[in-house]
Design a protein around this ligand. Structure first.
Ligand SMILES: NC(=O)c1ccc[n+]([C@@H]2O[C@H](COP(=O)([O-])OP(=O)(O)OC[C@H]3O[C@@H](n4cnc5c(N)ncnc54)[C@H](O)[C@@H]3O)[C@@H](O)[C@H]2O)c1
Ligand SMILES: [Zn+2]
Ligand SMILES: [Zn+2]
Length: 384
């Protein structure tokens, strides 16, 4: 089958790989009909995630058709069109039972922090990803969810990660009616977080990024204010000025380890890898939230140390909430929001690219070429 193949930092190509096989009675094999490239894939692509091995296939956002099921799979059947959450979760451990599907204790037993994720290095279990024609889906009675009749596949694939992550970013912010919410990052996740902030009662939503085309998109899509952090001076001072010197009620970090905006963070976090990615957006979030406010982090950082202003967290009495999105927990509500037209996630998809052109797709998304917001890869069988 065709599959994306990682060759080293900033080098990916399309290759032929053996078809995946059922390895456990609860496995399913899914034929991919759509798979996306995510901001999280850029951490892998740029070589910032430990134990990303040459030869791996990335891709944790995919939908497809069930081709084969193991003897103990009863929730889905051959021929079903399914949404596959990016988290791989057993459904039975103490964490899964609490709805913390992003923190499953069984799907990645060698690690103490990260759960299992498709196509996301051996630090999340070493599972092959969905930027391919076929994928093995473990615990197939838990994650995969049948796509409702009539739902567009482009909407469905956004429900594997972007929609739940943006929604959970807003949810973790504990937004109260009338709150001012600042979102750092106008990538797909930040755009969705800004849109979802209104669903929780925000009174004002402000987004920062440096890409003008993304700022313009989010201004329209999420009906919010959006500013270029390269031209406003210090974004922290900017937020203070516009909130009677108090700061925002809630700040969301939807940027993570690839953040721009600070020379020191860029050199130590991105160039020299002395810390687990550049924490610029996190600094800005902590420093521009008001005392007693909440910082919600969905931006991904590496597993080792980061330079964060922890003194300010303590002195300001900030609550920090963070996690990988718990996709399965949120899916029923978010499927409803898409069906009722409250959320329109496919509007974020700017590029539909054949799977065979995966290396171009990575370059376009990573370098923010051609006003790219979200690229989706389409395998040959889904183009017929
Ligand atoms: N927690 C989860 O479950 C989860 C799920 C999906 C993605 N993520 C993470 O969310 C983050 C965003 O994902 P995405 O797909 O939107 O990525 P993306 O790379 O498309 O978007 C990131 C945006 O941040 C902007 N940016 C850079 N530095 C900034 C700064 N200092 N302040 C404000 N904006 C800045 C970039 O210009 C870019 O537009 C990534 O770190 C990704 O790994 C987390
Ligand atoms: Zn993702
Ligand atoms: Zn579990």
């Amino acid at each position: 089958m065709l599959a994306m193949n990682y060759r080293g930092p900033q080098r990916v190509r399309i290759d032929h790989k053996p078809l995946p096989q059922i390895q456990h009675p609860e496995d399913a094999i899914v034929r991919v009909t759509r798979s996306c490239i995510c901001g999280s894939d850029l951490h892998l692509y740029n070589g910032n995630v430990p134990d990303t091995r040459v030869g791996e296939t990335f891709g944790h956002e995919f939908v497809g058709v069930v081709e084969e099921v193991g003897a103990d799979v009863h929730k889905i059947k051959v021929g079903d069109n399914v949404i596959v959450p990016f988290n791989i979760a057993c459904g039975r451990c103490a964490f899964c039972k609490q709805g913390l599907y992003g923190n499953c204790h069984e799907a990645n037993p060698q690690a103490t922090a990260a759960g299992g994720i498709f196509g996301y290095s051996h630090t999340t279990g070493g599972y092959a990803g969905g930027q391919a024609e076929y994928v093995r889906v473990p615990y197939a009675n838990v994650g995969p969810t049948v796509i409702p009749e009539g739902m567009d596949l482009d909407d469905a694939v956004m429900l594997t990660d972007v929609v739940p992550t943006g929604y959970q970013a807003a949810e973790m912010g504990g937004i109260q009616k009338g709150d001012t919410v600042v979102v750092f990052g106008a990538g797909p996740v930040g755009i969705m977080a800004a849109r979802c902030a209104w669903l929780f009662g925000a009174g004002r939503v402000i987004v920062f990024d440096k890409e003008e085309y993304r700022l313009e998109f989010v201004r329209n899509y999420a009906q919010c204010e959006a500013y270029n952090f390269m031209s406003v001076g210090d974004p922290v001072v900017f937020v203070k000025r516009t909130t009677d010197s108090l700061g925002a009620d809630v700040c969301i970090d939807a940027v993570g380890a690839e953040a721009a905006g600070s020379t020191m963070q860029t050199i130590t976090g991105r160039k020299l890898l002395l810390q687990a990615g550049s924490a610029t957006a996190l600094h800005w979030a902590i420093n521009s939230v008001k005392k007693g406010g909440i910082v919600s982090i969905v931006g991904v950082y590496g597993p080792t140390d980061n330079l964060v202003p922890i003194g300010n967290v303590v002195n300001k009495g900030i609550t920090i909430r963070a996690n990988q999105a718990s996709v399965k927990r949120l899916l029923p509500r978010l499927i409803e929001h898409v069906q009722n037209g409250i959320l329109d996630p496919k509007a974020l998809i700017t590029h539909r690219i054949p799977l065979e052109e995966v290396s171009d797709a990575y370059r376009i998304f990573a370098d923010k070429l051609d006003n790219c917001i979200k690229p989706v890869l389409i395998p040959p069988s889904a183009r017929m």
